[in-house]
Design a protein around this ligand. Sequence first.
Ligand SMILES: Cc1ncc(COP(=O)(O)O)c(C=O)c1O
Length: 391
Amino acid sequence: MTTNALPAAKPANPNFSSGPCAKRPGWTLEALSGAPLGRSHRAKVGKAKLKRAIDLTREVLEIPADYRIGIVPASDTGAVEMALWSLLGARPVDMLAWESFGEGWVTDVVKQLRLKDARVLKAGYGELPDLAQVNFDHDVVFTWNGTTSGVRVANGDFIPADRQGLTICDATSAAFAQELDWAKLDVVTFSWQKVLGGEAAHGMLILSPRAVERLQSYVPAWPLPKIFRLTSGGKLIEGIFQGETINTPSMLCVEDYIDALEWAQSLGGLKGLVGRSNANFKVLADWVEATGWVDFLARDPANRSNTSVCLVVADPEVKALPAEAQEAFAKALAAALEKAGVAYDIGAYRDAPAGLRIWAGATVEAADLQALTPWLDWAYAEAKAGLKRAA
Ligand SMILES: Cc1ncc(COP(=O)(O)O)c(C=O)c1O
């Protein structure tokens, strides 16, 4: 549809941001009424809540019993950097990057930690690096789902079971929407604000027995602030993984995370969540397939994200414009949809190619994405008419 007629219905919920993501269907502030506010997180009631958050995380994500699960400060970034600063340096490291967040971890390792034995395997937006080139005798750092390009790894088959190095995986926009292959992952991180629509500021750090073994046998050459310290006297601080957080968490955020996990359980756990994200993705994929002016940024269908769906304008007339004009065109689409109250925060990430990024994680309703698609066509027709007027 490329007429300028206003589509009949708007999405019931216009929140399609890639983080913080839409709250779960039916969420109200009332869901937080059980939070032990004004109480110590180290009181019995606080510790029980933190333990419940950890236990539900294990259950919903189907995390093996011998993996540790910790709630740590500073959201996903805190969890990743804690792992990089605590674990790296024992072996050479392969850094994989194909979009902005992966590149951020490269900066950490190359420019801040200044590891000499760091190899960087990069690909541009829309592609994956050649995974066959990765040396798993090295430690390997990668992002399961590249949130700013919409490119993910399809599964963990590229990681050998008998690797010597550790795999450190930023899974923040994959966890709860994609199957993570736990046996292939030694460190997994995510925050609460993505697929479950929780609140930001707290990170999850999940460690395999091999990662724990590294922590207990290797001391990095650089100083570690208290906020990163996972060991004491050469032993893992087990309390961190039982809800004795390093510093003070927000019990309001914890309550919200528990609410989201209980919602996940009510859908049948991981299978239900993955199913919702896949169904959401299909709504957008079917529309892209049927629509000439738009395409995925991710080239290979096998690697297309079912959470952060990144789209580019494929109309040859728009692609023939100078780069700034293409960017302005894409921005006009997002701005028109925001102004109409139809979709918020769907412009491409600031470092990514011009286009749209629409979140399709589990808290988004397929019916809302369905309702959004004619509006995307409407915005395109409006922007195209604007171009013609300007010509
Ligand atoms: C892949 C990835 N890594 C890291 C981050 C940073 O997450 P946070 O702001 O929760 O630290 C994001 C946020 O969008 C992300 O998508």
